[in-house]
Write a protein that binds this ligand. Structure first.
Ligand SMILES: Nc1ncnc2c1ncn2[C@@H]1O[C@H](COP(=O)(O)OP(=O)(O)OP(=O)(O)O)[C@@H](O)[C@H]1O
Ligand SMILES: [Mg+2]
Length: 439
């Protein structure tokens, strides 16, 4: 017998000796192999499907991000281009990296290519270069800064601009460029200057109106030194004619004439200054001196109303940096209002206006005018500073409005408060000047 099993199987097959149960076994094995292959392909197919699904999701998420980024960029570009003011980016040397259409047009260029790569300093007027360099250096250190400068524009004319510059950073915080938003403020500034000129014209008209009312008082005020001059001159002449040896007494009279003449001249100069068209210029001024001079001018008119003016001037009240003529106008307006209020028949008691000056604990200079007139009705107190608000038959209603503008232009505050018993107190504070008064 052949011992080799393969030979035995071959012999069985050849000899038809294989049994049915062997066939069943073989079929079962084949079936299991086919079923295994089927399961394997199902598993592989599902694996493939899930990988494909994941890849699809990732791809659509990326597409979504890209679309969002592109939308965002488009939005930023629209914002950038839709600005009516000039928006630009420049590097630390001032080289322009990009600029919107409004800026390009403002500079008279036709396209971005004509501007990108040039220096901001070729447009900014030379006198502002140093300040802009300081601003730019500060922005590249992480600060925001603003300044005004003149730019050479398309038509060759210079216009005034205001620019606000901030650092532009990347996602890691590194500063890539300076982002500047620059707007043309020429028209606004011209309008402000025109309004200021109107106000000063109005203030001048108000001063002249006041002067008209003061005229009679002034005549009285000037009468005193002029009468004194005449008296002293007559005395000097008499002495020189009758007793030439009494020269010393004549010299005394002549000195008194000179003094009184100077006083009269000072009153006239002051009146001329008040109505002059000269632009108000700021300089260190002594507040007590202004009060003394205005009381001198207001006293005759007050006397006609039967009102006394008393001064309580704080020693060393100090000096403020101000336009003398404008401060005089404010003090005069407050005095005139107080006198007019006390001239009302309702005012009772000993009519006196008290004008006082002092240095406040925070170092400002304060001037107050206190009256004991009828006071101001609660409904009116918020309106007294409004232009053209008046309760007087012949009032313009501009005195307090002009006064408040003047005080605010000096960084000060004008206020009113009712007195405890009767009348009101108007007052203002001004920052004290660091500068001393010229000798
Ligand atoms: N000391 C005061 N006492 C009572 N009322 C006052 C006093 N000062 C001002 N007022 C009120 O405030 C109003 C406005 O004052 P303002 O000085 O602005 O104008 P006006 O005196 O009426 O006219 P003008 O422009 O000629 O000065 C006055 O009409 C008056 O009603
Ligand atoms: Mg008035």
């Amino acid at each position: 017998m052949d011992p080799e099993p393969s030979h035995q199987l071959a012999a069985w097959l050849a000899g038809g000796q294989i049994t049915a149960s062997v066939w069943v076994l073989i079929s079962l094995v084949l079936l299991m192999v086919v079923a295994g292959l089927l399961v394997l392909s199902v598993i592989l197919w599902r694996q493939l499907l899930s990988t494909q699904g994941r890849l699809w999701k990732e791809w659509s998420a990326r597409a979504e991000v890209e679309r969002a980024l592109s939308d965002k960029e488009q939005r930023l570009q629209t914002i950038f281009e839709s600005q009516l003011e000039c928006v630009k980016l420049h590097d630390a040397n001032g080289t322009i990296l990009t600029m919107n259409q409004a800026g390009i047009a403002r500079l008279g260029a036709r396209c971005a290519a004509q501007v990108v790569g040039t220096s901001v300093y070729s447009f900014i007027a030379p006198e502002h270069h140093e300040r802009y360099q300081t601003l730019s250096a500060s922005v590249f250190q992480g600060n925001s800064d603003s300044m005004e400068f003149r730019l050479c524009c398309a038509a060759g004319n210079q216009r005034l601009f205001e620019t606000h510059v901030v650092p532009m950073r990347d996602s890691s915080g590194t500063i890539l460029a300076a982002l500047a938003l620059t707007r043309d403020i020429t028209d606004r500034r011209n309008a402000e200057e025109r309004a200021q000129r109107h106000l000063s014209d109005l203030a001048r008209v108000a001063r002249i109106t006041s002067m008209g009312e003061m005229a009679s008082g002034l005549a009285h005020e000037l009468n005193q030194p002029l009468a004194a001059i005449v008296n002293y001159a007559s005395a000097a002449l008499r002495v020189m004619r009758t007793s030439p040896e009494k020269m010393a007494s004549a010299i005394d009279s002549l000195e008194a004439i000179t003094e009184e003449g100077q006083r009269a001249g000072q009153i006239i100069r002051n009146v001329r200054d008040l109505v002059s068209r000269t632009e108000p210029t700021k300089a260190p001024v002594d507040v007590n001196e202004i009060v003394r001079m205005m009381v001198l001018l207001a006293k005759p008119e007050a006397a006609r109303h039967g009102v006394a003016i008393r001064m309580q001037l704080g020693a060393g009240t100090g000096v403020v940096h101000a336009s003398k003529i404008e401060l005089e106008q404010v003090v005069f307006n407050l005095l005139r209002n107080a006198v007019e209020a006390m001239g009302y028949p309702e005012s009772i008691g000993q009519p006196a206006v008290i004008i006082s000056t002092r240095r406040t604990p925070v170092g400002s200079v304060e001037v107050e005018v206190e009256d004991c007139g009828p006071g101001i009705a609660d409904d009116d107190i918020d309106q007294v500073f409004d232009p053209f608000f008046t309760t007087k038959v012949d009032g313009m209603g501009m005195g307090l409005s002009i006064s408040r503008s003047i005080i605010e232009a000096h960084d000060g505050r004008l206020y009113v408060r009712p007195n405890a018993d009767k009348g009101v107190t108007f007052g203002f504070t001004l920052p004290q000047s660091e500068v001393r008064l010229a000798a």
